[in-house]
Ligand binder design. Structure first.
Ligand SMILES: *Cc1c(COP(=O)(O)O)cnc(C)c1O
Length: 378
């Protein structure tokens, strides 16, 4: 057996030992951890939907009607009429022919990428793509090529050099640790030129950019039959689960071949109801999204004025560069003592250690001022 105790000691020594931090409160701008109230800059609940009364009402009424568990895969009896209703709402929202629900973003990426590719495919993946995309690529029989972050000429060179019959380009649209946005206009042109499929992970884009509709709307790109938009319900939509939206034939192919869909129990109906409510809410009303951006711009500007290196942030994900793992931990501990929760992000999650702030629509001016003041005194 591997000496796990020794391995853990090594992790501690290189300051990469991780601990789970459980809350005693709802998710939100203030959370309780270890019996202390902290201002929370670590959640992905960008619009505060995880506690929105409209979602909660819809969730309760779905439990009353359909019970709690789903108790089977979607291909058996796990789904309800709410599942297909949600898929219709997604395809309307993302402007595609069809859509399909997955259990999580992780299981969507690990189920879809292998299903879309075979041994005659070459996958081209941005080096900063999310771990679930990396794992999805690992499960695929395709050849894999990693291009330098957002580097279109490197991407094109790799594509030109590849002799595979099929091509798939995969990218996060908003990168989860840097908060920057993929150059989708250029990637779109490359896909057209080389007849490649485009797979976009909108986990941090849906509900955030493009008036909430995600990255294609942000860039004013019309959905095409060769574009698959994957996204999650677990970030700005405040809920749980994921989806793929695209051409009908691709969705039908995924229903027939995606292992994480076929061999896994589907989301409970109440979660599906919450997801549906979230889509309805942000389709109708973008005031929460406007508030999110107002807060984001306030914090971003303040950090810039204090001279922090916010790396390449373009979104409510704002990292600040700290130099070393040690500095990052020191800073995170300092903030913790000041009542602010902003965890350290370290290798192997990222190459360069950092503090990563996520700002939401439910932070108020006082929350932001306390953070800015603490950073001033650092
Ligand atoms: C969070 C995230 C996922 C995983 O989604 P879950 O629903 O949390 O499993 C996938 N891709 C990206 C880019 C993410 O940020």
């Amino acid at each position: 057996m591997i000496d796990y105790f020794k391995e853990l000691e090594i992790l501690k020594k290189i300051k990469n030992y991780r601990k789970i931090m459980d809350r005693l409160s709802k998710q939100g701008s203030r959370i309780i951890i270890h019996n202390r109230e902290l201002i929370n800059f670590s959640s992905n609940d960008y619009l505060g939907l995880s506690n929105h009364p409209y979602l909660i009402k819809k969730v309760f009424s779905a439990i009353e009607k359909y019970g709690y568990g789903s108790s089977a895969s979607r291909l058996l009896s796990g789904g309800t009429i709410l599942s297909s209703k949600l898929e219709k709402a997604i395809s309307k929202f993302k402007n595609t022919e069809s859509a399909l629900i997955f259990n999580t973003g992780y299981s969507a990426n690990t189920g879809i990428i292998p299903a879309l590719t075979n041994s005659e495919t070459a996958i081209f993946s941005d080096e900063l793509n999310h771990a679930s995309i990396i794992d999805g690529c690992r499960l695929s029989k395709a050849d894999k090529f990693i291009y330098i972050h957002k580097d279109i000429s490197h991407l094109e060179k790799l594509i030109k050099d590849s002799n595979k019959k099929h091509k798939l380009i995969v990218t996060d649209s908003v990168f989860s640790m840097d908060g920057d946005i993929a150059p989708l206009k250029e990637i779109f042109e490359i896909c057209k030129k080389y007849e490649a499929l485009l797979y976009i992970d909108d986990a941090h884009a849906t509900g955030v950019i493009g008036n909430g509709k995600g990255s294609l709307s942000h860039f004013n790109i019309k959905p095409e039959p060769w574009i698959i938009q994957m996204s999650t319900f677990s970030k700005a939509l405040g809920s749980y689960g994921a989806f793929a939206a695209g051409a009908d034939k691709i969705i039908k192919w995924l229903i027939n071949t995606s292992r994480s869909l076929i061999y896994s129990t589907t989301l409970p109906p109440c979660i599906v109801a919450g997801n549906l409510a979230a889509i309805e809410l942000i389709s109708k009303d973008i005031s929460l999204i406007n508030k999110l951006w107002e807060n984001r711009n306030k914090l971003y500007l303040a950090l810039k004025n204090l001279g922090f290196d916010t790396m390449s942030s373009q979104t409510p994900i704002i990292p600040i560069k700290t130099g070393s793992v040690e500095n990052t931990l020191k800073m995170s501990n300092y903030l913790y003592k000041k009542g602010i929760y902003a965890p350290a992000i370290r290798p192997p999650t990222v190459k360069e250690a950092r503090i990563r702030f996520t700002v939401t629509s439910v932070h108020n001016d006082e929350d932001l001022e306390i953070l800015i003041d603490a950073l001033k005194k650092l």
